[in-house]
Design a binder for this molecule. Structure first.
Ligand code: GLC
Ligand code: CA
Length: 543
């Protein structure tokens, strides 16, 4: 791995992985660190540069590990610290990197800090959390888990006070006004950095501080703390990164890059639902408008773009009207809805139509930002709406059509989650082994797109210029830098498109479509292109 390349994340392809779902090495029904280690070749072969794993710490699992009871250990079902060290070594041996979840905002109510805090008003840990005698403070803060929580305050019998929580009531918020809390978190980071992690995906960043009269999101105090964290990282661990989960409008996320002295990366939440809108409407406008409204970011920063992740497809960053429309189109069955989102996977959302799924990836891999793939979406896995909360999109990885989809050798009744049985998505239909063996499978197309992208820094660093004078059904744009230019054309519609695009000065030229390696000619600076429904093409100039 090129350790000297401090801005590796700008051109990296990321993969989000749920350890419990990936591979079970000891046949107890739960995926684990050793299992994941055994499957690293698969990820390397796909072309992944950096893995993000969801929380692996001891936890009562009220929120799948986002409720941490000990920041310094491994959840026993996942293994022990030595397994983690071995994993890191194996990841690095394959020229890949690994980042872990850093849950800053809250702990589990089972964490010893909270236990000490609630049981003794005089305990130094009392002030690690946010308490009140009433439930009226910070009334302008919204409730995030709308389907389950009715307030951000919960009465604690033992403490005799209310405590503050932005997520489940089993996740009390830490009090960042207490300098000791800030110190504790920096210590936690140091611990994992010393174990060799390449950075953190920082969970729920906007909510660290509370101030009366505000919505308690994106406060200046939060930015000051992040700058402190970044400075600590730069001083001691250059080349390691911070990726922000800030589900906010582009201008608010922009602030998390600071002057290049806060986060290295931030998820681009608003563009995600608009990719789905554009695909359903056959119209580029939603994508173009949100990118037009996305501010420039500092040179050493990068957006992280995604189609799906382990949560519901969030519809927080759309208008109410758009949300209703998205629910109507993509979640007609109310069981598919959760909070302000849609709890479905990529393939079922796109009608299991490989043309549309590939097209979504074509957008993901060619628009600005570093893309992240959610485990299983590269093979078109399905979901299970019968399972509660977000569990339906966290089912076992389907390796082959053997027992338990090749995920585990245990009795099916012992699996942490049932395998998908749906007629279109069961392991006979959808599996890694099958996808690898079919040359035109989704997996192989994605692999090809990744190969092309990785060889061309233009996709990660080039400018973006839209081709305007063509039908709205086409999302066509240039990616350019000083030495190269690439023209990407995506047909978002279900109809054939025949266009003439001004590609050059008025002379003749030869263009190569990168995915098929076919040549196209432009005459008088114009190129004629015919696209099948949902077809996409990436053109590069030969001269
Ligand atoms: C983030 C995680 C989500 C979790 C929440 C609370 O949004 O992505 O899974 O439930 O934080 O920690
Ligand atoms: Ca196991």
């Amino acid at each position: 791995m090129d350790r000297k390349n401090k801005i590796w994340y700008k051109n990296a392809v990321f993969y989000e992985l749920y350890v419990r779902a990936f591979f079970d090495s000891n046949n107890d029904g739960h995926g684990d660190l050793r299992g994941m280690t055994q499957k690293l070749d698969y990820l390397q072969d796909l072309g992944i540069d950096c893995l993000w794993i969801m929380p692996i710490y001891p936890s009562p699992l009220k929120d799948d590990g986002y409720d941490i009871a000990d920041y310094y250990q491994i959840l026993p079902e996942y293994g022990i610290l030595d397994d983690f060290k071995a994993l890191i070594d194996e990841v690095h041996a394959r020229e890949m990197r690994l980042i872990v979840d850093l849950v800053l905002n809250h702990t589990s109510d089972q964490h010893p800090w909270f236990q000490a805090a609630r049981s003794d008003k005089e305990s130094p840990y009392r002030d690690y959390y946010v308490w009140s005698d009433t439930s009226y403070k910070y009334g302008d803060a919204r409730i995030i888990f709308l389907d389950t929580e009715t307030s951000n305050w919960t009465w604690d019998e033992v403490a005799g006070q209310y405590y503050w929580h932005r997520f489940y009531s089993s996740q009390p918020d830490l009090n960042y006004d207490n300098p000791r809390v800030q110190e504790e978190m920096i210590k936690v980071m140091q611990y994992w950095l010393d174990l060799g992690v390449d950075g953190f995906r920082a969970d729920a960043v906007p909510y660290l501080f509370e101030r009366e009269g505000t919505n308690c999101e994106n406060l200046p105090e939060t930015h000051a703390f992040i700058k402190r964290v970044r400075n600590f990282l730069d001083q001691n661990y250059p080349g390691r990164i911070l990726l922000a989960e800030a589900n906010q409008w582009p201008e608010d996320v922009r602030a998390y890059f600071g002057d290049g002295d806060e986060f290295h990366m931030g998820f681009h939440f608003p563009v995600m639902p608009r990719i789905f809108m554009a695909l359903r409407k056959g119209d580029r406008t939603p994508i173009k408008s949100i990118l037009d409204r996305t501010p420039e970011i500092p040179e050493n920063c990068q957006w992280c773009t995604f189609l799906r992740n382990h949560d519901e497809l969030t519809l927080e960053m759309v208008t109410e009207e758009e949300r209703e429309w998205m629910w109507k189109e993509y979640a007609p069955d109310v069981r598919m809805r959760l909070n302000l989102g849609i709890r479905r996977r990529l393939a079922p959302l796109l009608d299991n139509d490989q043309r549309k799924i590939e097209l979504a990836y074509s957008l993901l891999f060619t628009l600005p930002g570093s893309p992240i793939i959610y485990y299983g979406d590269e093979i078109g896995m399905g979901d299970d709406v019968e399972l509660p909360d977000r569990n339906g999109v966290r089912t076992p990885m389907q390796w082959d059509s053997d027992i338990n989809a090749g995920f585990s050798g245990t009795d099916a009744s012992l699996l942490y989650s049932p395998i998908i049985t749906h007629e279109q998505y069961n392991p006979q239909q959808v599996s890694v082994i099958k996808q690898i063996s079919l040359s035109n499978s989704l997996y192989n197309r994605i692999r090809k797109m990744i190969q092309i992208r990785k060889g061309m820094h233009i996709f990660s660093r080039g400018s973006l210029e839209w081709v305007e004078a063509i039908p709205d059904a086409l999302a066509a744009y240039w990616r350019k830098n000083d030495s190269e230019k690439v023209l990407v054309i995506n047909n978002l519609s279900n109809t054939k498109q025949n266009v003439i695009i001004q590609v050059d000065e008025p002379f003749e030229n030869i263009w190569v479509e990168l995915l098929t390696e076919r040549s196209y000619e432009s005459k008088g600076g114009k190129m004629r292109v015919e696209l099948e429904p949902f077809e996409y093409m990436w053109f590069k100039n030969l001269i």
